[in-house]
Design a protein around this ligand. Structure first.
Ligand code: HEC
Length: 321
């Protein structure tokens, strides 16, 4: 009995020894327990243990066969005190001793032995009680290890972080085909900063144009869509003196400055350079389909009146808000 308690105590210590690092290591342990390889290795170890036990058992049995025959007394003494792991685990009563534990009732010839509960079973029971207490304390009282719902939330948060990080780099994957006109104030501000730093020398601070063309009018040499403007900024027009910026600005920065350049549309620069290139009319398929031909003519007529007015030097202050 004493021996049984000792073994049980040893097992409890083992369970606690496993639980203690669990308290300290929390997340790490959860990751390990969720790892399939960990369980494969554990299964391997258990199988190896079973195999070793079987080999040991077989070896003992064989060696007993070859041992010198014992006297009847010695043999009896040995039978009375079964040893070995199996005996410790089962606490089985040898057949010769069964008379001692036979209960004195008889149900139609069926008799009952008052065997002890097998120690392996009892230990499992005690350990599960201790485990329940430890589990309760770890997960629900002291919250040392995050619960599954908390872990779910943590994982969702870190996934969101990854998405954000990806989206940040995705902004740098845009090119002249996928670029869109930005309206975000922060990014337009950044566009202005880039413009003031890099473009003023040739296009003037207000976009009126110096060496480079006027960026405030509706006339564009290379097209006035966000895609065209982005493409010119990216690839430049080297033979005409417009630098390709793709090596110095990130795609996101070029998108910022391209969007900023388009906000200059319709503003009135101090010394506007004469219009160059073609007038750019934004594509508005739905609106155009609704209008009839006379309306379009009228709109163009108004535009050309404004154009001639500005050529005569009249301030077109009405255009600016
Ligand atoms: C060294 C002078 C120089 C600098 C600096 C410069 N540009 Fe230009 N840019 C030009 C010239 C010259 C052209 C006209 C190219 C042509 O005629 O094809 C031009 C054309 C352009 C066009 C096309 C205009 C059109 O009518 O199609 C855009 C848009 C433009 N530049 C934006 C920028 C931006 C944004 C920057 C700053 C990042 C910048 N440029 C910096 C000289 C410059």
């Amino acid at each position: 009995m004493n021996k049984t308690y000792k073994s049980a105590a040893a097992l409890l210590v083992l369970v606690l020894a496993v639980q203690m690092p669990a308290m300290a290591a929390g997340e790490w342990l959860m990751d390990t327990l969720n790892d399939a390889y960990f369980w494969l290795v554990m299964m391997g170890i258990v199988l190896l243990g079973v195999a070793l036990f079987a080999v040991n058992h077989a070896f003992n049995t064989i060696s007993k066969q070859f041992a010198k025959p014992k006297s009847a007394e010695e043999a009896a003494a040995e039978e009375v005190k079964p040893t070995g792991i199996l005996a410790a685990l089962t606490d089985a009563t040898p057949v010769e001793k069964e008379a001692d534990i036979l209960l004195d009732h008889d149900y139609d010839g069926i008799k009952e032995l008052d065997n002890n509960l097998p120690p392996w079973w009892k230990w499992g029971f005690y350990i599960s009680i201790v485990y329940a207490v430890v589990y309760l304390l770890i997960y629900h009282v002291f919250n040392i290890v995050p619960s599954s719902s908390e872990r779910w939330e943590n994982e969702m948060a870190s996934a969101q972080e990854q998405i954000d990080r990806y989206m940040a780099t995705a902004a740098n994957l845009i090119d002249e085909n996928s670029v869109t006109l930005l309206e975000d104030e922060g990014r337009l501000k950044n566009g202005k900063k880039i413009y003031d730093l890099n473009c003023v020398a040739c296009h003037a601070a207000d976009g009126g144009g110096l060496v480079g063309p006027n960026l405030t009018d509706e006339y564009w040499i290379h097209g006035g869509s966000i895609n065209s403007v982005f493409a010119v900024i990216k690839n430049g027009v080297i033979e005409k003196g417009m630098i390709p910026w793709k090596t110095q600005l990130s795609p996101a920065e070029m998108q910022d400055v391209a969007s900023y350049v388009l906000t200059l549309q319709g503003t009135t620069p101090a010394n506007p350079k004469a219009a160059e290139g073609e007038k750019y009319v934004p594509e508005a398929p739905e609106a155009a389909a609704d209008e009839d031909s006379t309306d379009v003519e009228n709109a163009e007529g108004e535009a050309s009146e404004e154009e001639s007015a500005s050529e005569e030097g009249t301030e077109v202050a009405l255009v600016t808000p």
